[in-house]
Design a protein around this ligand. Structure first.
Ligand code: GTP
Length: 395
């Protein structure tokens, strides 16, 4: 190994490289020189050493040795992602938004989108991490958009350079004109459920770093969808079951249809479903004190709060007046509903400024009534009344 050739080859390298002769450094590049002296002498003595995220190895020839450090891939970000994302997904709420909220702060200044596949021609951008914050959800059309390719591709991972040139009608890339768009599709039951993507404007090193996290988050999401109980079939015929105009959630007739389907499914397959009937305590007093519009706002905030604790198979309905119903299909373990409802109550106290805001609820599941939806309604209603009576006694 000629010193001159080694020096010419490795001087510009960012990898630490040293040429050793009889256990002494004959030549080293700047990257190697930047390692503290005590660690350098340790490196010279030992066969294989892990230092500063580098794995040092030796290539020998004619009594000389080339010591080269190659980056040792640190898994600390991946472990942090798993440790934070899994429990966050388990607490409920929309998985796409949860994913953006957990992954966003880990990817620095990069832009991240978490997109739920809604229908053939439309998607919902639920988690958009941009400039250190999540932006409000918005609808995306997939026609002439990058999403078409993401869903049609054989590979679940794609990288596009200058995507705005190829997809000028795609608002996702046309507005911010990123240099790279890297996507990780999330499938379950061989169907695309949506995708995660990074939009990177220049920092290719950041893209390379964050790609691993993106793919891992996509895999965790796919696992989450696979482990979730099958969603209740949506009665999305809006003509037949119009949504509640004030809160935007489905109303009474949609609930009746969904409960009927849940009953049928339980009787056919024993797939269980938890139901909660909820009622705001003292909405009439809120109306009287603060006005009907304020009461309306409380109802809207409650609908939003209830949606936020729903997993993708769960549904919220406005039963009427100040009453809501939740239907949550589940497998082995019922969702921790009381804990989640307490979270909603405490969020509502903050959002409405009403320190005494509280809910009464009655909870049961189809297995408790041997699959009878009528009995389930009666049981939930009785528990709701009991809870109201109990709370009245306390105040
Ligand atoms: N602002 C507003 N109020 C509504 C709406 N629908 C029903 N309400 C009010 O909700 C209240 C429901 O009455 P109650 O069931 O007696 O409920 P409450 O005042 O919360 O009393 P308790 O349930 O016994 O704690 C009535 O005052 C209705 O006017 C609505 O769409 N907007």
């Amino acid at each position: 190994m000629k010193t001159r050739i080694v020096a010419e080859l490795f001087s510009p390298s960012l990898l630490p490289v040293a040429l050793l002769s009889k256990g002494h450094i004959k030549w080293a590049n700047a990257s190697f020189e930047s390692i503290p002296a005590d660690i350098r002498s340790q490196l010279i003595k030992q066969e294989k050493v892990l230092v500063h995220d580098y794995l040092f190895e030796r290539l020998s020839c004619d009594e000389r040795e080339l010591l080269i450090g190659t980056p040792f891939v640190s898994t600390q970000h991946e472990r942090k992602l798993i440790r934070e994302l899994l429990p966050a997904l388990a607490t409920g709420g929309d998985p796409w938004l949860t994913c953006a909220r957990v992954l966003g702060p880990m990817i620095g200044k990069s832009e991240l989108v978490a997109v739920k596949h809604q229908s053939e021609d439309a998607d919902e951008l639920l988690g958009h991490w941009y400039d250190g914050d999540t932006l409000p959800p918005r609808r995306l059309t997939s026609e002439h958009a990058i999403a078409e390719k993401v869903y049609a591709a054989k590979d679940d991972r794609l990288l596009f350079a200058n995507p705005a040139q190829e997809y000028p009608e795609d608002s996702l890339v046309a507005d911010s004109r990123p240099l790279y768009f890297a996507s990780q599709r999330v499938d379950s039951n061989d169907k695309p459920r949506g995708y995660l993507a990074l939009l990177e404007s220049g920092n290719i090193d950041a893209l390379a770093e964050n790609l691993r996290l993106l793919q891992l988050a996509g895999d965790v999401l796919a696992g989450h969808f696979a482990s979730e109980p099958e969603a209740l079939p949506e009665s999305d015929d809006e003509q037949l079951h119009p949504r509640d105009e004030l809160t935007g959630v489905p109303g009474r007739s949609a609930f009746d249809a969904a409960l009927e389907k849940a009953e049928l499914r339980y009787l056919q397959t024993e797939k269980n479903c938890e139901m909660a009937m909820l009622d705001i305590n003292g909405l009439s007093a809120i109306n009287n004190l603060k006005g009907i519009e304020y009461g309306d706002r409380v109802l809207k905030l409650l609908a939003k709060g209830l949606k936020s604790i729903c997993r993708s198979g769960d549904r919220v309905f406005r039963f009427g007046g100040d009453e809501f119903v939740l239907l949550m299909p589940f497998g082995k373990h019922a969702p921790p509903l009381i804990k989640r409802l307490k979270q909603v109550e405490s969020q509502l106290r903050k959002d409405t400024g009403i320190e005494t805001f509280s809910l009464a609820y009655g909870i049961s599941s189809l297995s408790e009534t041997q699959g009878s939806s009528d009995d389930l309604m009666l049981l939930c209603d009785r528990r709701l009344r009991d809870s109201k009576a109990e709370q009245r006694k306390e105040t």
